[in-house]
Write a protein that binds this ligand. Structure first.
Ligand code: NAG
Ligand code: NAG
Ligand code: NAG
Length: 308
């Protein structure tokens, strides 16, 4: 274990005061889980048929409970009818995710990533979930895991939203809990094709739909340097086969000083001017991107993998 940096995120926008229809529950024996990642789930009392699923991996030094309380997805799930899954890291030293091992960086290869995907597969089966509307979002180590999951399991996720993370494979190393100072400080620079090769090698021969992705980064981030934002743009535009020149640039969205760059319809990147590692909670942006307020009975179809 090489962890030279310890940090915790501030809890913003806590929803503890809100009444929920159900409770956070631990699930055991949910399928292949070689690293013993712990599974917690929030299932709203009144679920619609074929509910969507959102996975919310925590940040370093955070827990499933911290994210459950610190992000509003449980109450939003009550309101809009979706299940949320909160995995908890088996690495009790720093609670960072395994975004380094070859196992995690390989489709069905093992590692923390497989444990989390097993939670999704179990939930889809148990609750008749919508396999075309499975989403993942996280901050910091959770944003790294978001990109690992979208890269290693493009067949499972419809979309990801990664706040203040690093590209897929940037922390790659020998072990399940490698901290890469070189990556964190923005010293791992690759071309788009080099970055994309890491993603493609995670699942050789996969030619199916790739999930869409949203990334956010503050320009004053001193934990995971903003260079990682540029590397993410190179990686995912290449994976998705679009130009790294934005097709649309929108200032002051969703907040003053934030700029949204869009690259076709499947990748967007938000640059938050002057924001440090603690990106303020913007669950609305995530809900919009995942189309989780969509009412399937209304005339417009909800976003799903099929529309990717
Ligand atoms: C996971 O748990 C099982 C059963 O308790 C144990 O045999 C195994 O060694 C554990 N794996 C790790 C990586 O801790
Ligand atoms: C990575 O893991 C996969 C699946 O377990 C294996 O086939 C491959 O040889 C591994 N690659 C390396 C470099 O260890
Ligand atoms: C969804 O739309 C239908 C038809 O417009 C409406 O009857 C229903 O109440 C809506 N459901 C929700 C959860 O908003």
């Amino acid at each position: 274990m090489i962890t030279s940096l310890f940090f915790a995120l501030l809890l913003a926008g806590s929803t503890t005061a809100q009444q929920l229809s159900s409770t956070l529950t631990q699930v055991k024996d949910f399928g292949p889980n070689p690293r013993n990642v712990t599974m917690y789930i929030y299932v709203p009392k009144n679920l619609p048929p074929k509910p969507p699923i959102i996975v919310v991996p925590h940040w370093c030094h955070g827990t499933a409970q911290d994210v459950f309380k610190g992000r509003p997805y449980a109450s939003l799930g009550d309101q809009y009818g979706f299940i949320s899954i909160y995995p908890d890291s088996p690495n009790k030293v720093d609670q960072c995710w395994d975004v380094s091992s070859n196992a995690s960086l390989t489709h069905n290869g093992g590692g923390d990533a497989l444990g989390i995907v097993s939670m999704v597969r179990w939930t889809l089966k148990k609750y008749g979930g919508d396999k075309d509307r499975v989403f993942v979002t996280g901050t910091s180590s959770g944003a790294m895991m978001t990109q690992v999951l979208v890269g290693s399991y493009p067949d499972v996720f419809a979309a990801g939203s990664a706040w203040a993370g690093v590209p897929f494979g940037c922390f790659a190393g020998d072990g399940f809990d490698v901290w890469s100072d070189a990556c964190a400080t923005g010293k791992i620079i690759k071309t788009g094709p080099e970055w994309a090769a890491l993603v493609k090698n995670a699942y050789p021969g996969y030619n199916g739909i790739r999930p869409k992705l949203q990334v956010l980064h503050g320009t004053a981030d001193t934990v995971l340097y903003p260079q990682n934002f540029q590397e993410e743009i190179k990686q995912w535009t290449t994976v998705l086969g679009v130009s790294a020149t934005p097709t649309e640039t929108t200032k002051d969205t969703p907040l003053a000083g934030w700029t949204r760059y869009r690259y076709g319809s499947k990748f967007e990147a938000y640059e938050a001017e002057g924001v440090d590692h603690n990106i303020p909670n913007q669950a609305d942006t995530v809900m919009d991107f995942f189309d989780l307020r969509c009412n399937a009975t209304a005339s417009k179809a909800c976003f799903s993998r099929a529309s990717c």
